[in-house]
Design a protein around this ligand. Structure first.
Ligand code: GDP
Ligand code: MG
Length: 598
């Protein structure tokens, strides 16, 4: 394949601005989809299937395009995840491209998530050109959106394509722009092999499938390959492309994008960002920027029914087969028994995994409140990475504690700025910048402790701004902080799974709010339940859940056992997501009550 006839590009868009719909149109317009497949959104169908753990994936689709200049081009459309939790994957996918389409909703304008990815693309010297989508909407204002793109991003939007992915307007023009504006790949097909892995997943028949961009050299079936970060050798059993279904091809060479199968057993061995080369003629240096992504947010996952522990472990192992950024290890809780402490890239990642465990594997879970990783230096000078309040040493052994900070960019219409500033201040933020992007839109930049973000920041932001604010963040650094352990006692007994690490200034109010929230969630029991919040040994708040007036089993006179059992059985159905802690029944909501606390 001649390099002048290849174009590698991706689509950058804020969620719901129309990326999937446009991708579908491009497939349709280039005849990549057969008539039969046109009916349903192809890429979205893939997304759903991927979500369900089915292994067909069209992360890189090859389109054939006969352009107005009479030549036949190969266009590789490389999909990127749209969420801030996955920004490392996004950065690697962009490395596989020379250009990007920036899709902006003509009625919504530029949003924070769009920005993060656009800046990443510009930093990597990609040719970025705007597409104003949804011009069919009555509220569309393409002129205003073009001005925003120029003012906010600094991209020339004078010849931005005005399109409607839904109605099929502007699609031909977009394809022509791709051919004319995206530079063809460079790279030497005769140099030693250098290929970038930008995605990998596990398939139960084929093993690990990797998506690669060949930077230099050639790769074919039967080649011996070396994964440079991994330092392991494999033999290639197949190379191919998705168009959109997988097709085996003879070889891939410099500038091309495709998949490689090489009897790799686990995704952890084919990490995104790793470089593939030939062991007998290796490239001098691996591609820069390889990172092992680390979980940022942790929570405890416990089966409600202790008999489901093995089921949960098997499910976690299966999920990890496909997701090298997710981690888990066994954890014990006095209150919840045996479970796992799991690490996630962010809150969305956490929600996806929890949902899959329940939906696909049928495990009923109790999850504990999410937490970040604290750096704790002991008086002996040891540095501990503390992922849960229970790992925290006693105060007298602690020299100092540090917590992770992030840099948050919030985009918001004018009228909500006051509310957003108040929220950021309340969350212990430090203001960096307030910038008027246009007369009506403001960008607010704050340094914030991640621990405040993982609780309820995003939900509150959305509520305060009636859904109009968008948030994007990146990790900054660790900072010294005055943190304490807040314990929750149920009938006098501390419940380890409910302990939290909080800032000292917040501890008292958090404790007070937390027990009063928990009170709402805990059903009345046969006896009174006392809920207390304590810092160190000192109780700072107390609430009481009053006892039920009547014992439901009382009318059985203690005599008719079978009837009594039936009654209890009936009660049981109503408390599926309950966990017995000591002699008290606690519902899932009680464990997550902290997320509901202001
Ligand atoms: P994504 O999240 O960026 O992948 O967005 P989708 O492609 O899933 O589109 C989000 C919503 O916008 C869907 O309901 C689409 O039908 C709709 N949509 C996409 N493009 C257009 C368009 O050009 N006009 C209109 N009116 N709706 C569109
Ligand atoms: Mg989509």
């Amino acid at each position: 394949m001649k390099q002048e006839l290849i174009r590698n590009f991706s689509i950058i868009a804020h969620i719901d601005h129309g990326k999937s719909t446009l991708a579908d149109r491009l497939l349709e317009e280039t005849g990549t989809l057969s008539a039969r497949e046109k009916a349903d959104q192809f890429l979205d169908k893939m997304e759903l299937e991927r979500e369900r753990g089915i292994t067909i994936k069209a992360q890189a689709v090859r389109l054939k395009y006969h352009a107005d200049d009479g030549k036949d081009y190969i266009l590789n459309l490389i999909d990127t995840p749209g969420h801030v939790d996955f920004s490392y994957e996004v950065s690697r996918s962009l490395k596989a491209c020379e250009g990007a389409l920036l899709v902006v909703d003509a009625s919504q304008g530029v949003e924070a998530q769009t920005l993060a990815n656009v800046y990443m693309a510009i930093d990597q010297n990609l040719e970025v050109f705007p597409v104003i989508n949804k011009i069919d909407l009555p509220a569309a204002d393409p002129q205003r959106v073009k001005e925003e793109i120029e003012e906010i991003i600094g991209l020339d939007a004078s010849d931005a394509v005005e399109a409607s992915a839904k109605e099929g307007i502007g699609i031909h023009e977009i394809l022509e722009h791709i051919v004319q504006k995206v530079p063809p790949p460079k790279g030497d097909p005769d140099a030693p092999l250098k290929a970038l892995i930008f995605d990998s997943w596990y398939d139960s028949y084929q093993g690990v499938i990797t998506l690669v961009r060949i930077i230099d050299g050639r790769l074919k079936k039967g080649d011996k390959i070396l994964l440079m970060a991994n330092k392991k050798n494999y033999e290639v059993t197949q190379v191919g492309v998705f168009s959109p279904h997988p097709v085996a091809i003879g070889s891939l060479s410099a500038g091309e994008v495709g998949f490689v199968i090489a009897s790799i057993k686990v995704v952890q061995d084919a990490k995104v960002g790793d470089t593939i080369t030939h062991p007998d003629r290796p490239t001098a240096t691996p591609l820069p920027g390889f990172q092992v992504v680390k979980p940022m947010v942790f929570s405890g996952l416990y089966p409600i029914d202790t008999g489901e522990y093995d089921l949960l472990r098997d499910a976690l192992e299966k999920l990890r087969l496909n997701d090298s950024s997710f981690s888990f290890e066994p954890e014990n809780s006095l209150a919840l028994g045996f479970g796992f402490r799991c690490g996630f890239l962010g809150l969305l990642h956490m929600e996806i995994i929890q949902e899959r465990l329940e939906r696909e594997f049928g495990v009923d879970l109790i999850t504990t409140a999410p937490t970040v990783v604290y750096h704790v230096t002991t008086v002996k000078g040891e540095m501990l990475k503390v992922e849960s309040a229970n790992m925290l040493p006693e105060v007298q052994y602690i020299e100092k504690m540090e917590e992770p900070f992030i840099l948050a960019s919030i985009h918001v219409p004018n009228e909500y700025v006051g509310a957003v500033l108040a929220l950021c201040e309340e969350k212990r933020g430090t203001q960096r910048e307030i910038k008027y992007l246009t007369a009506s839109r403001v960008m607010v930049v704050y340094e914030l402790p991640l621990n405040e973000i993982v609780l309820d920041f995003y939900d509150r932001l959305k509520t305060l701004t009636r859904g109009y604010a968008s948030l994007d963040y990146e990790p900054l650094d660790y900072r010294k902080s005055d943190l304490v352990r807040l314990n929750i006692l149920v009938n006098g007994e501390p419940v380890d799974a409910l302990s939290l690490i909080v800032h000292r200034d917040k501890a008292y109010y958090r404790g007070k709010d937390l027990v009063s929230k928990m009170k709402e969630f805990i059903p009345r029991q046969q006896f009174e339940v006392a809920l207390q919040a304590a810092i160190g040994g000192k109780v700072v708040a107390r609430e009481t859940v009053k006892a039920l007036r009547k014992d439901v089993t009382a009318k059985c006179y203690g005599g008719d056992i079978s009837r009594k059992r039936k009654l209890l059985e009936k009660q049981k159905e109503g408390k599926k997501r309950m966990k017995q802690v000591g002699n008290v029944e606690l519902p899932q909501e009680a464990f997550m009550a902290i997320l509901k606390v202001k």
